[in-house]
Design a protein around this ligand. Structure first.
Ligand SMILES: [Zn+2]
Ligand SMILES: [Zn+2]
Length: 307
């Protein structure tokens, strides 16, 4: 069965989408001011990378993949050319614009890195998940290590986004039932309940609607069973609950009391238009706040849900 599908590409641009979200939820104005520039810079980075073709994706090994190894887990880091540093500067500017409290730390970082080879070392460190590099570099150059790591991680996302459509084709015939992304291995930043697209008894068990997860890194969407915790895979229905918003009935957060993780969800079944998952989580930060007040942890840390 094919349960992996990329979202339609009929999205509006991020700026238009953010304006619409702002009208819908004016109370979250501060959130859009702070994180809108990051979403916009991410989109600009993706647009830059339309020209970047310097990657060869691995072939999927069905056995390993279906046991839960994401497609890109075995891939060597491709040559990001000059694009990684271009995108790193774009995002640094956007984070400083949205979060003025960080702007001094960010100028120290950009001053220290401009014109050096260090930026490419950052890309390698993110790719290899080698956090020691950030600490080392932060110490050596007197930089804020956690801001450095945030910027470096944000700058890799447009590359993952660039590769994900081609990657999705390599795994489209394969089964994936994990809560993390089948392409890049990151956890989701939101979930979408969608109308049933295909007849399939297994996925009908939870009554009407399919659960799709949206990757916090590469923007891929994949389908998983409705009644399972994407983090710990518990299927204990007594421990899987959700809290629906009073005012906005299509929005909620789902929690697992086995592992104390949560994720935000939009029920799209009655919506006229599919939300733009690149920015929709910004409109749900009020749910992140409630969930974290109740001591649940997000599955994916994003700039806006580290409260
Ligand atoms: Zn992903
Ligand atoms: Zn769990």
């Amino acid at each position: 069965m094919n349960n992996i599908q990329s979202p339609s590409s009929s999205q509006r641009d991020v700026r238009t989408g953010l304006l619409a979200l702002r009208e819908q939820t004016p109370a979250l104005e501060n959130i859009f001011d702070a994180f809108g520039p990051i979403a916009k810079a991410h989109e600009d980075g993706c647009n830059l990378l339309v020209k970047w073709n310097n990657f060869i994706l691995p072939e999927a090994d069905a056995l390993r993949f279906e046991q839960g190894v994401p497609l890109l887990a075995d891939m060597d880091m491709p040559d990001f050319e000059q694009y990684y540093s271009e995108i790193f500067w774009l995002l640094s500017k956007a984070v400083a614009e949205g979060m003025p409290a960080l702007s001094d730390k960010i100028s120290v970082i950009t001053d220290a890195l401009q014109g050096s080879e260090y930026v490419n070392e950052l890309a390698r460190a993110v790719w290899d998940e080698n956090n020691g590099v950030f600490e080392g570099l932060a110490k050596k150059l007197s930089l804020d290590g956690s801001v450095l790591m945030m910027l470096a991680s944000l700058a890799i996302k447009p590359f993952m986004n660039r590769m994900k459509d081609e990657a999705a084709l390599k795994i489209e015939k394969m089964q994936w039932d994990k809560g993390y992304c089948p392409i890049c291995g990151s956890f989701p930043d939101m979930s979408l309940l969608k109308k049933k697209l295909t007849e399939n008894a297994e996925y009908m068990a939870g009554h009407g609607g399919q659960r799709w997860m949206h990757c916090s890194c590469c923007d891929h969407q994949w389908r998983i069973k409705r009644n399972i915790c994407p983090w710990c895979e518990s299927e204990d229905y007594k421990k899987l609950k959700y809290f629906q918003s009073e005012e906005r009935k299509t929005e909620r957060f789902d929690v697992c009391d086995s592992c104390k993780h949560y994720f935000v969800t939009i029920d799209t079944r009655e919506l006229a238009e599919m939300p733009d998952a690149r920015i929709a989580p910004l409109g749900l930060v009020y749910l992140d706040i409630k969930a974290q007040e109740e001591e649940y942890q997000p599955m994916a840390e994003t700039p806006w849900n580290v409260l």
